[in-house]
Write a protein that binds this ligand. Structure first.
Ligand SMILES: NC(=O)c1ccc[n+]([C@@H]2O[C@H](COP(=O)([O-])OP(=O)(O)OC[C@H]3O[C@@H](n4cnc5c(N)ncnc54)[C@H](O)[C@@H]3O)[C@@H](O)[C@H]2O)c1
Length: 296
């Protein structure tokens, strides 16, 4: 199959990599040559890491790299595509423009997928003349490590598109869950709900962040506690998603004041060095010293 990935950033280059490793011919497209090169370099590094850990052979790495072509021209990039996966920034107007531009340049049978983590695929599909070929393919970060892909079925998605999406995901040796196009799909909705409640518990002084996280890891078998995960995802990203879920699903997703306050203070989690924990050189070295406040 010919797979075209639009956007060579954090997610796009990973989706291109797993597609090439599954034997597809891949085009990776970004708006500037420099971004395409960075994406291709990211793939090389990931695969070399796999070779170093004996997960990937040298031959598999070389073959996968040969199957990936980078480019900046959209029409060329999608001309032969059976499947296009967009991984451009999380902005509805941009994604609708990208969907419409792909439709203008691609075959009428080409499936057009979005890797959005929170936006409505139904709304994106409304930008198409033939919206039945639209679907969400929500990969997790980083795509070459994370096994789950949520297949998001828009109002307009037809059975052929759904089946093709399932076949593609299984061909990548990933696990698929099929979800209706609703805010937060399955994963973000529950993950954010747990994260917000954990923040409220810190505010109420129920326990320290470390103890709340340990309780969920040891008591409930979570691989990572909800507060540590919030630090990894980024407090700004979590706040943005919570605001979207509050708008769509109601007050139960109201962001706690502590989350807003930390974001205003630039305490964004691991990437800024402090969130609910303190981070140094990518390692957790302590707990953030500031106190929670009551919700407004
Ligand atoms: N980062 C994550 O953890 C994560 C996880 C799951 C899903 N997502 C979703 O994946 C999508 C991409 O996120 P990301 O973190 O990879 O973003 P990113 O900012 O790392 O990469 C986006 C890339 O898209 C490029 N781009 C912008 N306009 C473009 C266009 N018209 N055509 C082609 N490329 C274009 C940018 O130059 C950039 O390289 C978003 O919808 C996001 O919500 C992100």
């Amino acid at each position: 199959m010919h797979v075209t990935v639009l956007g060579a950033g954090s997610m796009g280059h990973g989706i291109a990599q797993v597609s090439a490793m599954a034997g597809h011919d891949v085009v990776l497209r970004d708006i500037e040559e420099e971004f395409v090169e960075d994406g291709l370099e990211g793939i090389r590094e990931n695969l070399q890491g796999g070779v170093d850990r004996d997960k990937v052979t040298e031959a598999e790495m070389e073959e996968a790299l040969e199957r990936i072509e980078g480019m900046t021209d959209l029409a060329d990039a999608v001309a032969d595509a059976d499947l296009v996966v967009e991984a451009v920034p999380e902005d509805m107007e941009l994604k609708k423009d990208v969907f419409a531009d792909v439709e203008d340049a691609a075959d009428e049978e080409t499936i057009i997928a979005s890797n959005t983590s929170s936006l409505s695929v139904t709304e994106m599909a409304s930008a198409l003349e033939r919206p039945k070929r639209a679907v969400g393919l929500h990969f997790f970060n980083p795509p070459h490590i994370m096994d789950l892909v949520e297949i998001v079925i828009a109002e307009q998605t037809d059975a052929r598109t759904e089946e093709a999406a399932i076949e593609y995901v299984r061909g990548l040796e990933k696990e698929d869950v099929v979800v209706r196009d609703t805010a937060g799909f399955a994963s973000s909705r529950l993950g954010v709900a747990t994260g917000l409640e954990a923040i409220r518990m810190v505010e109420e002084g129920v326990a320290s962040p470390a103890d709340i996280d340990e309780a969920m890891k040891i008591g409930y078998g979570y691989p990572m506690g909800p507060l540590e995960l919030t630090d990894l995802v980024g407090l700004d990203v979590r706040l943005h998603i919570a605001e979207h879920l509050r708008e769509e699903l109601g007050e139960r997703f109201k962001p706690p004041q502590t989350l807003r306050r930390k974001v205003r203070a630039g305490k964004l989690g691991k990437k800024s060095g402090e969130g609910f924990y303190v981070w140094e050189d990518g390692e957790r070295v302590g707990t953030s010293g500031d106190r929670g406040e009551d919700d407004d």
